[in-house]
Ligand binder design. Structure first.
Ligand SMILES: Nc1ncnc2c1ncn2[C@@H]1O[C@H](COP(=O)(O)OP(=O)(O)OP(=O)(O)O)[C@@H](O)[C@H]1O
Ligand SMILES: [Mg+2]
Length: 259
């Protein structure tokens, strides 16, 4: 069992004051955490801390009890703007992530092909990145992140640039990837509905300083995987009520700040 823990973590980028304050959070493999909150509430900062790109100003971040001191292969990151290599094929982009694995090139390419099949891109490995749609590129990014068989998959608005229909399909794909890989997922989104549909836990960050104001267990994604339809789940009164509660929590105190 891998467990990533934040213990009373604060972060300031400067002397301007804390961007995140008193963050206490523990999550493990098999969980799907979604993080929502207003722009500037510290969502990306939280992910960068989990990834090890940033160090906390106060408090501790640990992985199975050992301090996190930087990025690691067990924590893969998917960026919003695909950071794919345009001069490589789709297959080579995924295989690139395996270059430190000690496998032979032919084995890496085979494994890349299998990972591509897992994100619905079977047979597309020979294409160039510029021949893919936005949704397909995002799937290559996810396949590449999965190449290292990470315990954690950290994603900052991975579906933000996609049209609504592609986005719905990608949400379903993410649930399958999560379920098949067994990884712990941390996903930031601006969409409250997406957060609610995907998560096993939804976190709401409030700004100034960024802090967790809601940490709620939910079950819709699991129910989708168990066979219920996305449309029926999203139409449930419980889903709608919770969505409204989360929207209210995100906007609480907004007027006061703008006065
Ligand atoms: N590298 C940085 N240096 C200084 N301040 C930063 C840096 N990155 C972020 N900040 C500040 O920290 C706060 C939180 O930023 P962060 O990017 O974590 O928010 P966010 O919730 O991801 O916002 P968005 O929804 O717009 O992506 C903001 O006030 C931002 O200006
Ligand atoms: Mg952000």
């Amino acid at each position: 069992m891998s467990l990533l823990s934040f213990d009373d973590v604060s972060l300031d980028y400067s002397t301007q004051g804390a961007v995140l304050s008193g963050i206490g959070l523990s999550f493990g493999r098999g969980e799907f955490l979604t993080v929502i909150g207003r722009s500037g509430s510290g969502k990306t900062s939280l992910l960068n801390l989990a990834a090890g790109f940033l160090a906390p100003s106060r408090g501790r971040i640990t992985l199975d009890g050992a301090p996190v001191t930087g990025p690691g292969r067990e924590r893969a990151v998917v960026f919003q703007d695909d950071a794919l290599f345009p001069w490589l094929t789709v297959r080579e982009n995924v295989a690139f992530a395996l270059r430190l694995s000690g496998r032979l090139r032919a084995e890496r390419l085979d494994r890349a092909e299998a990972l591509l099949a897992g994100v619905g891109l079977a047979g597309q490995g020979g294409k160039r990145i510029w021949q893919l749609s936005g949704g397909q590129r995002q799937r290559v990014g996810i396949a590449r992140a999965l190449a290292a068989d990470p315990a954690f998959l950290l994603m900052d608005e991975p579906l933000g640039a996609l049209d609504a229909m592609t986005r719905d399909r990608m949400q379903e794909l993410l649930l399958r990837v999560w379920s098949d890989s067994g990884a712990g997922v941390l996903l930031i989104t601006h969409s409250v509905e997406e957060a609610l549909f995907l998560a096993t836990r939804v976190l709401v960050l409030a700004p100034d300083p960024g802090r967790i104001v809601i940490d709620r267990a939910v079950y819709y994604g699991q129910r989708f995987l168990d066979g219920e339809t996305s449309r029926a789940l999203r139409a449930e009164p419980g889903f709608i009520a919770l969505r409204e509660e989360l929207v209210d929590a995100i906007h609480a105190g907004e007027e006061a700040n703008h006065a």
